[in-house]
Structures are given as structure tokens and as C-alpha cells.
Design a protein around this ligand. Structure first.
Ligand code: HAM
Length: 420
């Protein structure tokens, strides 16, 4: 029908069978923070617009071009969150978590909204799994955060094509000087007007320009790692040393800059080369100074956001099969009214015993019900007809081998438990 509604431009539905991959990816990405002492946090989908303007930064594309901002009926300017960090830090301060034991370590997951030009891997609603830490400037926490970001991708999901890029962007002491040096270098290049303007607002972003003619001119550009102050240099060296100790493979990426304004010192990105232009499947870094900007004490912080959508694309690009948490172990087939009564009770008993199962509804014929059993992917079909009801039995069919055995009703659970 032509007048059916469609998902808004740049959004999509997560439906089966893809939804199993989606859940498996989310579960994998959330495992390392859950194993590392991070508390779960949930914040509203919308916040005061000013929070993002101040927190994410006025010179960013995210704030300038991509925010979903609206006025509510009370005349407040609100914005759908374009990223997680600003809202989480607002919540940390509002709930005075920063006044308790430090560092505060939290993880979160949920959708973010950016009015971007949609393309493969770039959507107007995307989902992240993220962590934020507040109150530690120990390079060991940088290493923990980076390790968590890459461990899930490489070791839990089994992605082999992810590269970890690491850089230091310097701090509020050394970056201004580097920025001036870079600005001077850029002023001597043959750049178009838009790039020139970008160089004035945020010269570091120009380093990220992917066009070959610009890249060629940038080959001798001054790079941040060569202009770090002593403190930043030793912090960066310690982070890299910890990554070596953890056996994390990384690449030094002196040209890596991030799209949000708040980063200082350690920055990193996980990129997957099988994804085309939108290759960053996650990124993060330190944001010492941001908490102060948001009205808190001068506490350091570091975190990451991993893109669930793009990680799913990477999983598909590598042809990986992930465990399906919705996969049922048994599919129950009632043949007749009396059998249906038994099956309804048995299904509930199996589920209570921790055996996931589904059943055929609507008095399906044996053939149709067995098709359902097949589609469910269950290892066993449990078939109950009049004879089985009379004999208090169940026919257990192994869907792989086709082998069938009659099992007394009261032994079905233990039989399945021993064979799953
Ligand atoms: P971000 O790099 O803007 O960082 O986003 C993190 C990840 O979210 C990206 O690497 C990408 O995988 C995914 N992502 C971003 N935009 C889109 C989009 N339009 N469509 C699909 N996926 C997208 C942040 O958001 C920071 N808050 C991360 C952070 C936390 N840094 C410190 N703490």
C-alpha cells in the first residue's frame, strides 16, 4: 500500500534475524565494563540544549548542524542527545557521584540523534555502548578504558579487521602553542575557502581531511605528539606502556583528531577497514576540563562510545555468526486438544527450569507444526498426541539426527538438560 508509514529518513528497524546479532553485539560490548567495576547509568534522551552547546562544543558539526532541537510546550529549548558524555557527566554532578569515592566509573547504552546525511553506517538515530570515568588522571585508567573498547570487538565478537588508533592531543597548556604553529603552517598551503575557514575555527580538524590533494600538502605538517609538554609526553608514554603490558595491539596515529571539542591528551579510535567511509566503530578519549565547564570541580575524566550499528556492520562484513540469545532449545508440538493442555503446562515447566522453548499455536497440523519447529532452530521437537497423553509420555525428536524416542513426561526436563 502506498500510504503505509515508513521509518523516518536515516533510521531503521531492528528486526529478526538481524535483531539477534544486534543483541549479541550489545551484550559483548557491555561485558568488559560490567567485568571491570563500572556501574550502570541511564539518563534522559533529551537535555537542555545549552548542555550540549557547552559540553560538546560550539565549533563542532554535531552542535552546529546536527542537533535535533525543539521547544517544548513550556518554552524550554531541549535537544535529543547527540552523544552520551555530556548527559552522563551532568547526571554525575547532579547526583553528587563526584563527591563520593573516586573515580566514578559508569557504563551506559542507548540511542543518540544526529541530523546527518544518511549513508551506509551513518544514521540519524544510532546506538552506542559507552563508559565514562570521573576523577582519575592515572594513565592506567586510560589503558583500562582503551582495553575495554577493543577487547569486546577482538576477543568477544572475534572481529579480526579492527585497528586501534591511539594519539595524544595535548592539554590546555601545550595545545594552544601547537595550534598556533599548525595555523601558521596551514596559512601557507593552497586550500579552498571552506577548508581555510575550518582552519580558523579548528585547525586540528584539517589534519583529518581525507582528500588526497589536501593530504599531500599536509605531509610535512607539524604533529601534536612532537609538541607535547613534559606532562603530556610522560602520560602518553605510560598509557602506551600499559597497552603493551596488556598485549593490546595499537597503531600510533599522530593525525587522529576527534569530532567533538572536549578531548585532551589520550584519544583513540577503533576503525574497521571493511566499512567504507564510515569506518570508525568506536572512539573516545580524555576530557580533563569538561567537568569544570559543566559546573563541577576540576576533575579529570576519560571514556568511550562504541557504535552498535557500525559494529553490527563489521560483524556482517566479516561473516561472523554470533550466539543467538533468543534461540530456543525445544519446540513443542501438540496434536489435539488434550495434548494442547499438556503442552501449555510443559512449556511453562521447561522455561522455569531454564530451558528456552516455543510451541505451535492455533491447532497446526503435524506438517505445519514441524515446519515451525524447523524454523525455530530448536535442537529438539517435543511431540505430544493422544497416545502420548494416554501414556504420560512425550516423543522427543532430535532435529539434527531425526532420531525419535519416547520419554516419560516426568523425565523430559532431566533428559533435555543432559542433552543440551
Ligand atoms: P563519537 O566518535 O561521536 O563519540 O561517536 C562514537 C561512535 O558512535 C562512533 O565511532 C560511531 O561508531 C558511532 N556513531 C556516531 N555517529 C553515528 C551515526 N550518525 N551513525 C552511526 N553511528 C554513529 C562520542 O559520541 C563520544 N561521546 C564518545 C566518548 C565518550 N568520548 C568520551 N566518552
Amino acid at each position: 500500500m502506498s500510504d503505509q508509514f515508513k521509518a523516518p529518513k536515516g533510521t531503521y528497524d531492528v528486526v529478526a534475524p538481524f535483531s539477534a546479532t544486534w543483541l549479541a553485539v550489545k551484550s559483548a560490548l557491555t561485558t568488559p565494563p560490567m567485568m571491570s567495576g563500572y556501574d550502570y547509568i541511564e539518563t534522559p534522551l533529551f537535555e537542555d540544549t545549552a548542555l550540549f552547546v557547552r559540553g560538546v562544543g560550539e565549533s563542532t558539526d554535531v552542535v552546529n548542524k546536527e542537533m535535533y532541537t525543539f521547544e517544548d510546550r513550556g518554552g524550554r529549548s531541549l535537544t535529543l542527545r547527540p552523544e552520551g558524555t555530556a548527559g552522563v557527566l551532568r547526571a554525575v554532578l547532579e547526583n553528587r557521584l563526584d563527591k563520593g569515592a573516586l573515580p566514578v566509573k559508569v557504563w551506559y547504552t542507548g540511542p543518540n540523534f544526529r541530523y546527518e546525511q544518511p549513508q551506509s553506517g551513518r544514521y540519524r538515530q544510532h546506538t552506542q555502548v559507552g563508559v565514562e570515568t570521573v576523577g582519575s588522571s592515572d594513565p592506567a585508567i586510560d589503558a583500562e578504558v582503551i582495553w575495554m573498547a577493543i577487547y569486546a570487538q577482538r576477543n568477544i565478537l572475534g572481529l579480526t579487521g579492527v585497528r586501534l588508533l591511539v594519539n595524544s592531543l595535548g592539554c590546555h597548556n601545550c595545545r594552544p602553542q601547537y595550534r598556533a604553529t599548525l595555523t601558521e603552517f596551514l596559512s601557507g598551503l593552497n586550500l579552498d575557502e571552506t577548508t581555510r575557514q575550518r582552519a580558523v575555527i579548528n585547525p586540528l580538524r584539517v589534519l583529518d581531511d581525507k582528500r588526497p590533494d589536501v593530504q599531500e600538502q599536509l605531509s610535512s605538517a607539524p604533529l601534536m605528539p612532537d609538541h607535547l609538554c613534559g606532562d603530556c609526553r610522560s602520560h602518553h608514554a605510560s598509557v602506551l606502556r600499559y597497552l603493551d603490558i596488556l598485549g593490546v595491539q595499537y597503531e600510533n596515529a599522530p593525525r587522529l583528531v576527534r569530532g567533538l571539542d572536549y578531548y585532551v591528551k589520550t584519544t583513540f579510535e577503533c576503525v574497521h577497514d571493511g566499512l567504507g567511509a564510515q569506518s570508525a566503530i568506536g572512539g573516545g578519549g580524555r576530557y580533563d576540563g569538561l567537568i569544570e565547564t559543566l559546573g563541577g570541580d576540576a576533575l579529570p575524566g576519560i571514556g568511550f562510545g562504541l557504535g552498535v550499528d557500525r559494529t553490527c556492520l563489521a560483524v556482517q562484513a566479516e561473516g561472523l555468526t554470533l550466539p543467538d540469545a533468543m534461540q530456543v532449545a525445544a519446540f513443542l508440538v501438540p496434536l489435539g486438544e488434550q495434548a494442547q493442555t499438556v503442552v501449555v503446562g510443559l512449556a511453562q515447566q521447561l522455561r522455569s527450569a531454564g530451558i528456552a522453548c516455543d510451541m505451535a499455536f492455533d491447532s497446526r497440523s503435524m506438517k505445519a507444526a514441524m515446519k515451525g519447529a524447523d524454523r525455530s532452530g530448536a535442537k529438539f521437537a517435543l511431540i505430544i498426541g493422544d497416545d502420548e497423553v494416554a501414556g504420560n509420555e512425550v516423543v522427543v525428536k532430535n532435529m539434527g539426527s531425526g532420531e525419535q524416542t519416547s520419554v516419560p513426561l516426568e523425565l523430559v526436563i532431566s533428559t533435555l538438560q543432559s542433552q543440551i
